[in-house]
Design a protein around this ligand. Structure first.
Ligand code: C5P
Length: 404
């Protein structure tokens, strides 16, 4: 999950005392892998849960635990460490630490660093459900939000203490995604994006069907990039083996007709529609409700096909359509077919790729077709390409002030 937004970013990762400290080992690995510099600072309590040696090995940098650290020449670790940072992330953030932050207490290195900071502060709470629900904690969190501190989570579910409820820390992947979103340019802030992704599955009988080789990777990457760019995202997905991007609302469907119905139900609430799905053009008329058996005389089954609805064209035909973006996977002559398809579907933007070369791959090379001409984008990893495409879509949107 390479994220361009995190490459070269300098993060101070502050750890406070809580069992969720073990999850920070994985978070650190994800951040370092994405190209961020991670400077770990631990409170005394955090060192009771995981050692500074582990965190040093994972971050590749010495860990700071004390205000009185002789390694800092001017003895001002609280100033030096925060000045280099693009953001401070406190994970896990304990009840006690949130209370101190809300009151501006500066009695150890990490609290002092937060008070002395000039950069954004993100906190990732992790605590028992009653500690989270406690009115004092809720007051402190409300105060922190009012002070401009970003809160990530908490999650709900089983807790280390054996209880179930709100307060558990977000999983490391979710924290990672939220940090990446924080740094992504918010080009779709306030926008609502509906997408289709993946193949469809058209049944022949209860065990067989017609599908295609779309993996859903490009559509899921776009859903994730749109979410990171600040949009509310609704993803209508055909059958794929992919995790839902963090913060994205996902609706699973099987057939083209189900995808069409889901899109048509949702579309009035959205201002951008991106049709990435490889929708089957035909379905078998009257799929059998029992498994079709081989016959003793080797008679072959025959099927009648009917055309599926064209979802993109149907959305583009609405009286007040959202900004529509189509995709086209072609096996050749992309320049000719791309523009022809864009005009036929009556959409302002169509993204063409050489389908058979891209299905299932992690990278892609695309051409943007629009009325004024076409633009080729360089081959890139699908996630990086998705961020570029979201920026390209954002540039072409009608003025926000026109959107209700
Ligand atoms: O399959 P085709 O090349 O026509 O696909 C072009 C675009 O139309 C894609 O964006 C695809 O998601 C969309 N489409 C659709 N419903 C269909 C067929 C295609 O929304 N039945």
């Amino acid at each position: 999950m390479a994220t361009a937004e995190l490459a070269g970013k300098h993060l101070v990762l502050g750890m406070t005392g809580g069992i969720a400290c073990y999850k920070i080992a994985e978070l650190t690995r994800l951040l370092v892998k994405a190209g961020a510099t991670v400077q770990v600072v631990m409170t005394e309590a955090a060192t009771q849960f995981i050692t500074p040696v582990t965190m040093q090995a994972l971050s590749g940098r010495p860990v700071y635990t004390s205000q009185w650290d002789a390694r800092v020449p001017n003895n001002m670790a609280h100033i030096d460490l925060s000045r280099e940072a693009d953001a401070i992330v406190i994970a896990p953030a304990s009840t006690d630490f949130l209370a101190k932050l809300a009151h501006g207490v500066a009695d150890d290195l990490l609290t002092t660093l937060c008070v002395a900071r000039e950069c954004p502060l993100l906190v990732v709470p992790a605590m028992n459900r009653q500690m989270w629900a406690n009115p004092a904690t809720q007051r402190n969190v409300a105060q922190l939000r009012a002070d401009g501190v970003e809160t990530l989570g908490p999650d709900s579910g089983p807790q280390a203490c054996g209880e179930v409820g709100d307060g558990r820390m977000l999983e490391p992947e979710a924290v990672y995604e939220a940090i990446a979103s924080f740094f992504a340019p918010q080009v779709l802030a306030g926008r609502r994006v509906l997408l289709t992704a993946g193949p469809t599955f058209e049944p022949i009988d209860p065990v067989r069907g017609i599908t295609n080789r779309s993996s859903g990777k490009m559509g899921f990457a776009l859903a994730r990039a749109a979410q990171q760019a600040g949009a509310d995202v609704h993803l209508v997905a055909g059958p794929v083996a992919l995790d839902t991007p963090w913060g994205v609302f996902r609706e699973d469907v099987q057939t083209a007709q189900q995808m069409h119905d889901a899109v048509m139900r949702a579309v009035p609430d959205y201002d951008i529609f991106i049709a990435v799905a490889a929708v089957a053009d035909w379905r078998v008329d009257h799929a059998s409700d029992h498994k079709i058996k081989k016959t003793a005389d080797h008679r072959l089954p025959s099927f009648t096909f009917v055309e599926n609805p064209d979802i993109l064209a149907a959305v583009a035909r609405l009286p007040h359509p959202p900004f529509c973006v189509g995709f086209a996977a072609e096996s050749g002559d992309l320049d000719v077919h791309g523009e022809e398809k864009r005009a036929r579907k009556n959409v302002p933007l169509l993204i063409g790729n050489l389908g058979p070369l891209t299905f299932g791959r992690d990278d892609n090379e695309v051409v943007l077709f629009e009325a004024s001409g076409h633009t080729k984008l360089p081959r890139a990893d699908k996630q990086a390409l998705a961020s570029t495409l979201i920026a390209e879509i954002a540039k072409r949107l009608p003025d926000t002030s026109l959107i209700s």
